[in-house]
Design a protein around this ligand. Structure first.
Ligand code: UTP
Length: 290
């Protein structure tokens, strides 16, 4: 299918309270906690950029202003580095600097759920398909999860959900999809279940936090009633959209770290450190002596 509308914008919901990381997240957004030398949010933005995304939409909340600062020009810092001729440090800043006008920020005034956070981006996204990346899920992979999804989207159009294999006995912890016929490099999704009871999961493919969605999701979210946890759930809205439009699954084969949990966050730090030529040996020795 060549006539699919291109995906140019990505939405990053970053308005959650991050209660699992209190007290750290009392004044620092969890998306700004660092995995090695980059804040968690930067990994998702880098992945989106690699996949060809041109505009980055952040749904923030109170106490999240530092995320906006992170993607702004740090004029005083750059000026000081220039005067001191710190060329390497300057190059790092320039490398991660989005171009003027490439970012938008909107606020979710109250954390009413992921579905509500996505709905808050409706005016900025407009009537076009968009990528949605949950920044807590940090991916480690040469190609990038969203790039693989874009390949599938260019073949099928519609809505794309990235999935990943998990042990069958773990499926009850996740949103799990039901796999239909093959389609392009992926497959049709014929159902989705949030945290299926043990032994009832329709597959061992869980939804890993990356989506390409059509703009009709916003109309559904507008009337979406609170679901599990009394929050407006994205999955509930996607289930309604699946009655009107096709959903396709992409299987991501790289590594994913759930940086919204302490264990996943530590694991991500270790994995990225072991990949850093400068400190890998030291970290390996450290781990061996623990
Ligand atoms: P989580 O379920 O991890 O919730 O949100 P949380 O509040 O961020 O963290 P905990 O559970 O209290 O520790 C998943 C994603 O959805 C966003 C979060 O920022 C995160 O990226 N989110 C969640 C919102 O933007 N708004 C919400 O109302 C809820």
């Amino acid at each position: 299918m060549n006539s699919v509308k291109p995906v140019k914008k990505a939405v990053f919901p970053v308005a959650g309270l991050g209660t699992r990381f209190l007290p750290a997240t009392k004044s620092v957004p969890k998306e700004m906690l660092t995995v090695l030398d980059k804040p968690v949010i930067q990994y998702a933005v880098d992945e989106a950029k690699k996949a060809g995304i041109e505009h980055f939409v952040f749904v923030t909340g109170r106490n999240k202003g530092v995320i906006e600062d992170h993607f702004d020009l740090a004029y005083e810092l750059q000026d000081t580095l220039q005067k001191r001729e710190k060329k390497e440090a300057l190059a790092v800043l320039e490398h991660y600097q989005p171009a003027a006008g490439q970012t938008s920020f909107t606020r979710q005034q109250a954390p009413l759920g992921l579905g509500h956070a996505v709905w808050c981006a409706r005016d900025i996204v407009g009537n076009e398909p968009f990528a949605l990346l949950l920044p807590d899920m940090v991916m480690k992979d040469e190609k990038g999860c969203l790039s693989g999804m874009m390949d599938l989207y260019s073949q099928t159009g519609g809505n794309i959900i990235a999935t990943e294999e998990v042990a069958w006995e773990e499926t009850h912890k996740y949103g799990v999809i039901e796999k239909g016929s093959p389609a392009g490099d992926g497959f049709e999704i014929t159902g989705m279940v949030e945290k299926p009871a043990p032994g009832t999961a329709p597959s061992n493919l869980f939804i890993n936090g990356r989506y390409i969605l059509q703009p009709e999701i916003f109309d559904i979210l507008e009337d979406q009633k609170p679901g599990a946890g009394n929050e407006i759930q994205l999955t509930d809205a996607m289930l309604t959209l699946a009655n009107q439009q096709s959903f396709y699954g992409h299987v991501f084969t790289g590594q994913t770290f759930d940086c919204g949990s302490k264990a996943g966050f530590i694991e991500a730090n270790i994995a990225f450190a072991l990949d850093d030529a400068e400190i890998a040996e030291q970290i390996r020795e450290m781990l061996n002596t623990m």
